[in-house]
Design a binder for this molecule. Structure first.
Ligand code: HEC
Ligand code: HEC
Length: 312
């Protein structure tokens, strides 16, 4: 029985390998295995910086030094003025656009805390070499990105001590959102006849099989006859933008005409089908209905129309 023989040897070996560290760890650690993490090991992971500045290491950097570093390490993707290159996120601009249908969210227009900027650059950028910057370099580049957003002067030097004093313009607009995440309550009794519910749509471009009424198969009858508006823009914002706004995971970004021209040439029918049924192409995977299987085909169609309209 060679197999059993092998098994026994393996078992014996395993047991002897395991035995010695276990005995050691039982003395040191609480659970009898592993070993306590050293202060040095913990420091490698514990790099978050909080809004009150906790976690910031000593150091400083000027806008002037940051300019050179940024040009060398960041501009290729984010643009010399933070305006964005080939679909990478813009780091400046967009002030006052947050109430627009397509807001431009940047460090300057949207972000809440300067500490997040320091933390993000420190842990994640440059994209291809995260954690390669020295602390002073992170201070300098953070200062420069603030300068690109007209938040600090060119003479400014950012330090551990003054970082929390630099306030971003949108800070006060963050509020706890108390709204429930669904708008309508399901009607269980004395419900209105669905025929009496009036539905309005701003986007009429796509008339689905079964006529325009088929658009609203999801709409629930309401006791008080709530009017629900389904628009391509609305469906897009809720269900497609997470990938198509910035081009996450190979998704063609909305508005990127070069990414869309060949796709649009396939004709709307193909685009509808791909969006509804999903497909995997050369750039990535488009999940059926973007993963939101509860969307009706017509809602997805409206969103496709909207994307196409914005991208040609
Ligand atoms: C090779 C391209 C590339 C380079 C170079 C690069 N980045 Fe980025 N950056 C990205 C990508 C891609 C994202 C989005 C990452 C994500 O969302 O996961 C990003 C996101 C960011 C963000 C967040 C933007 C937002 O509003 O969400 C900041 C800030 C940033 N980068 C700063 C920098 C800085 C500073 C440098 C230079 C030290 C740098 N980046 C270099 C590609 C790059
Ligand atoms: C999880 C990410 C994700 C979501 C969410 C998503 N898409 Fe996509 N979509 C993709 C990717 C990736 C591609 C590109 C696939 C390829 O061509 O390789 C794509 C491609 C497309 C295309 C082009 C099809 C073609 O034939 O070129 C359309 C149209 C589209 N998506 C519509 C939508 C609509 C409408 C929604 C919202 C209901 C949506 N997508 C949500 C990832 C997503």
């Amino acid at each position: 029985m060679p197999n059993l023989h092998n098994y026994l040897i393996t078992f014996a070996l395993g047991a002897s390998i395991l035995a010695s560290p276990m005995v050691l760890a039982a003395q040191e650690g609480r659970f009898g295995y592993g070993s306590p993490a050293s202060a040095e090991q913990i420091a490698g992971w514990d790099i978050d910086v909080r809004p009150d500045g906790q976690g910031l290491p000593p150091g400083e950097g000027s806008v002037e030094d940051g300019e050179e570093l940024y040009e060398e390490k960041c501009a290729l993707c984010h643009g010399s003025f933070g305006e964005s290159v080939s679909g990478y996120p813009a780091l400046a601009g967009g002030g006052g656009s947050l109430t627009d249908p397509r807001p431009k969210k940047t460090v300057g227009s949207y972000w809440r805390y300067t500490s997040t900027l320091w933390d993000y650059i420190h842990r994640a950028m440059p994209f291809t070499q995260p954690e390669s910057l020295s602390d002073d370099e992170v201070y300098a580049i953070t200062a420069y990105v603030l300068h690109l957003n007209d938040i600090v002067d060119y003479e400014f030097v950012l330090t551990r001590d003054n970082l929390t004093e630099v306030r971003l313009p949108n800070e006060d607009n963050f509020i706890p959102d108390q709204r429930p995440d669904t708008r309508n309550k399901r009607c269980m009794k004395r419900c209105k006849d669905p025929a009496d519910v009036k539905v309005a749509s701003e986007a009429a471009a796509y008339v689905p099989e079964g006529g325009p009424d088929a658009l609203y198969s999801e709409v629930e009858a309401q006791e008080d006859g709530i009017v629900t508006t389904v628009t391509g823009n609305g469906v897009y914002e809720r269900h497609c933008a997470l990938c198509h706004a910035d081009g996450i995971g190979g998704a063609p970004a909305i508005g990127d005409t070069s990414a869309w021209s060949a796709r649009i040439e396939q004709g709307l029918d193909v685009l509808y089908r791909h969006a509804i049924e999903g497909y995997s192409g050369e750039d990535g995977i488009m999940p059926p209905k973007g993963g939101f299987v509860n969307l009706s085909d017509s809602e997805v169609g409206l969103a496709v129309d909207y994307i196409v309209e914005q991208s040609q």
